[in-house]
Design a protein around this ligand. Sequence first.
Ligand code: MEV
Length: 431
Amino acid sequence: MPVENSRMKGFYQFSVKERLNLIKAAAGLSDEATNALGSFAELDIETANRMVENVIGTMSLPIGIATNFVIDSKHYLIPLCTEEASVVAAASNMAKRCLKNGGFFTECDPPLMIAQIQVLDVEDIPAAEEAIAKAKESLISQCNDVESTMIRRGGGCKSMLTRVIKTQIGSMLIVHLIVDCQDAMGANAVNTMAERISPRIAELSKGRVNLRILSNLAVHRIARASAIFTPEEIDNDGGRENGLAIISNILEAYHFAASDPFRAATHNKGLMNAISSIALACGQDWRAVEAGCHAWASHGREHYSSLTDWWQDDEGNLCGRIEVPLAVGIVGGASKIHPAARANLEIIGVESAQELAGVMAAAGLAQNLAAMRALSTDGIQAGHMRMHMRNMASSEGANSDEIDQIAILLENYSETITPLVIRTTLQQIRE
Ligand code: MEV
């Protein structure tokens, strides 16, 4: 029901329970919906209330474990938090298909983040750049002159550069700080550094500083993963000829994405199904990860394109590679305070932010292959509909035994499965 007034004066001052009741009344929520919001599953009420403002409840999503992943010769169980059916199964299935050649291999950059300082009204930009370059070492020291575990462990600001950009309202001088964030995502650290040195940047440039904020286009923090899939592994029955035919279709699908931004957006969305779900499960800023990956998909290229590359080697194997900027951390933020995120990080068993980035990249590569393979063979609707059918059956009131029976009865059903079909099948079972 539409609310009459969204102005809820002093809302933040109420307790979580009071807020929930106010929202219940304002939005006409049922008891069931109110209880769902207020059940605070694994995230207790106090922690939730500390994380964001105006909290009334929490929302659960399934965590599924992707299996079969061998990455850099280590086995991983990977938690994915997602509402989308088929994602977990698809990633697990593809991870199994590259085991003959050792699974996935990764190569991740050190955890370097960029902070940007925007300088305006600079009369002599070359002179400003020179002054900043001369003061570079002392500016870097000033960035690092704070009490921080990250700096004690060898992280901190490592370098600095200036760029000049032309905009519709004139030229701007942009200062980049390059910061080693160690095992943290690093947003807070780099933003603090940018704010800390900006008065001196203004002085040195004889200009005016406006924004001081990290860049999510983390070009110095690239995670790469690659894998080789034999034709026999690509075919469900281990057949070489059919495997080669599927590989040929997959390569056509890949070249479509590489050349067409309309297709590339969907192709990349598919691989982000894994990357974002792991980010969410592990308490990462998944919007930052999404922004970085999509920006990288057009960075330094003619147009937005595929984040993966696929080709065939001389033996007919399918070779894949992914390259994505992944600003993730295993200390600080929600990865530290959210109990489920902590548990998921424990399951994944990574010892550094770089290792986590490598696992995410490998899962992204597997997910991308799963989508291309499904799309260029049976199409994705068959698998999706099987899962969707179970959800529909549940919505029609079927219990888990009945859901299993419906799934068996409709396994070879060739028409579209509608709620009516489900209802009729359920009735037949019950009769
Ligand atoms: C759906 O979530 C993802 C796909 O659309 C990806 C793709 O088209 O490659 C299947």
